[in-house]
Ligand binder design. Structure first.
Ligand SMILES: Cc1ncccc1N[C@@H](C)c1ccc2c(c1)OCCO2
Length: 118
């Protein structure tokens, strides 16, 4: 993904842009299934099926802890956001509340990160 994002001279903008993007994801009306980690005790089968759980609050934690000079943070951010949506597709029917929310959120993210980061 590093090559996809146009080579910025200063990563400082990228970190701010990831924070803006994450805030937009968190406040989206379809974000509700993805705001916090899935409760592995409350959702039967989730722990077995989904090898790498991810959610927006975990991504925010990682972003807050990421070193600015470590240019990998941008790729890590993109990979983690896509992991949220890939996990959602794997576990939820397309024709379900959560499945539809996942598709809507992925469409929104793809549009916004292209506008902001490429
Ligand atoms: C993203 C996702 N994929 C699969 C299952 C759950 C979830 N999200 C959790 C928060 C969630 C979303 C909705 C719920 C719920 C938990 O627990 C039972 C009531 O409805």
């Amino acid at each position: 993904c590093a090559k996809k994002a146009k080579p910025h001279k200063d990563d400082k903008k990228d970190l701010a842009t990831c924070r803006v993007l994450l805030a937009e994801l968190e406040t989206h009306q379809d974000a509700w299934p993805f705001l916090k980690p899935v409760d592995l005790k409350a959702v039967p089968g989730y722990r077995k099926v989904i090898k790498k759980p991810m959610d927006f609050s975990t991504i925010r934690e990682k972003l807050n802890n990421s070193q600015q000079n470590n240019e990998l943070f941008l790729c890590t951010f993109i990979i983690d956001v896509n992991l949220v949506f890939d996990n959602c597709e794997r576990f939820n029917e397309d024709d379900s509340e959560i499945g539809r929310a996942g598709h809507n959120m992925r469409r929104f993210f793809d549009k916004r990160w292209t506008e902001l980061l490429q």
